[in-house]
Ligand binder design. Structure first.
Ligand code: NAG
Ligand code: NAG
Ligand code: NAG
Ligand code: NAG
Length: 382
């Protein structure tokens, strides 16, 4: 009931947004027109935004275990880091999994820290209804922030216990300029996390570090709880799909680097053994739940555009392959349209769109990632 009040107190929120991460139009904060996915490797500079930098006022990410600072975070998080022994070894592929989790969770800490600070310090656009509603939202996000701090410390702790180097935070910019677009953005990156942690489970099972599978399962549920809240604030039904969209580690790593990481600001993200694809921008705005042509663009780098395919990954279904129809192609700036078969597959929730070097057919997201050149473009419907 209180959520309904909170939700009603918000400005009306577009239920369906396009552009990278679903940030409305992607240019409300003085960034480049068309959003932050334009121009691989060049996102944040030029956005006019002051980058977010660590450490937080509590010292995070430099938190010792045990310490008074950790205990304070745990109290805010309503619970503790797991207190069992950590494995002294990790398979190589699983090192990459926990490096990516740490890399992502550090970004999430930055984001929620910035959001909470904007709400509590009264940044214009971040006003949240009545003081009662504001208290509920601030309480929820305070717990989320501390929980994300523990997720990041937990992943880095697993790396350290296995003799690996912890991931250090970068500087970040965020494609949100008000409360509504921030929650919309949180909803989209949480969708990507929920898909990518499926990949973590598959990797841990295949590589053999099965002792961490229940831990990752617990985090998937936790992020799902968060997303139900964000969706409710956006006037969407809490549960997005019967089976959430599958993602792959390289998609998550690429979009974080393309959209939120300040280029060149990461002390040691280069040790993460994952590719960063060229960016793919979804240009169509306000995508409706129906069959349609979607427009995309990317900056080409020597690829023969006649040989590329556009692939959609949605839910746990087989990847959908479409032939791009080139709209324009000059000076490496390529714009194309592709059919989006919403109705046949009921493509609600997150759809991951990528450009591949082959038309498949693809039997899995793994096969799609192995053939990806540009992406991901993120489409959110309902
Ligand atoms: C994008 O901008 C246009 C014009 O500035 C506006 O009409 C439209 O509602 C915006 N779309 C979103 C999703 O905010
Ligand atoms: C972004 O970083 C890459 C790799 O560090 C570098 O090659 C590229 O020139 C940078 N781009 C900008 C715009 O700074
Ligand atoms: C917080 O406000 C600043 C200044 O308006 C903005 O640049 C930043 O994106 C906001 N943070 C979030 C998480 O929306
Ligand atoms: C462009 O292509 C060259 C040669 O294949 C490659 O080394 C480089 O990484 C590519 N750059 C981007 C931004 O994809």
């Amino acid at each position: 009931m209180l959520n309904t009040i909170a939700s009603m107190a918000l400005l009306s929120v577009s239920a369906v947004v396009a552009s990278p991460w679903g940030a409305p139009n992607g240019s409300q904060h003085g960034g480049p027109p068309g959003g932050y996915n334009h121009g691989h490797g060049t996102p944040p500079s030029g956005s006019g935004q002051v980058p977010f930098k660590f450490p937080l006022s509590n010292g995070f990410p430099n938190i010792k275990n045990p310490s008074a600072a950790l205990t304070t975070i745990e109290q805010q998080a309503h619970g503790t880091l797991p207190n069992g022994a950590l494995s002294p070894t990790l398979q190589d592929g699983d090192v990459t999994i926990f490096e990516l989790i740490a890399f992502n969770e550090l970004f999430e800490v930055a984001f929620f820290s910035s959001l909470l600070n904007n709400i509590t310090s009264g940044v214009p656009g971040f006003e949240v209804g009545s003081s009662a509603v504001k208290t509920i939202v601030v309480n929820a996000l305070t717990a989320v922030l501390a929980q994300e701090e523990l997720h990041a410390l937990g992943a880095n702790g697993i790396l350290s216990a296995a003799g690996q180097t912890p991931i250090e935070p970068c500087e970040y910019i965020f494609p949100s300029a008000d409360f509504d677009s921030a929650i919309g953005f949180a909803r989209t990156f949480t969708d990507v996390v929920l898909g990518t942690l499926q990949d973590a489970l598959a990797g841990l099972a295949a590589n053999g570090d099965t002792e961490y599978i229940p831990l990752i399962g617990s985090v998937i549920g936790q992020e799902g709880e968060q997303n139900g809240y964000y969706r409710t604030l956006l006037d969407l039904i809490p549960s997005e799909l019967p089976f959430l969209t599958r993602s792959k580690a390289p998609f998550a790593f690429s979009v974080l680097n393309q959209a939120v990481v300040v280029n060149g600001s990461c002390p040691n993200a280069n040790i993460i053994n994952l590719p960063i694809f060229g960016a793919l921008t979804v240009d169509t705005q306000n995508i409706q739940p129906k069959n349609q042509q979607l427009e995309f663009s990317f900056t080409n780098n020597g690829t023969d555009v006649n040989s590329i395919s556009l692939v959609y990954i949605n839910q746990q279904n087989l990847p959908v392959v479409e032939k791009p129809m080139i709209v324009s192609n000059k000076d490496n700036a390529v714009t194309f349209k592709a059919h989006f078969p919403f109705e046949k597959f009921i493509m609600n929730g997150l759809t991951i769109a990528v450009i591949t070097n082959s038309a498949g057919p693809f039997s899995s997201a793994d096969e799609v990632a192995a053939a990806t050149l540009f992406g991901p473009g993120l489409v959110e419907i309902n």
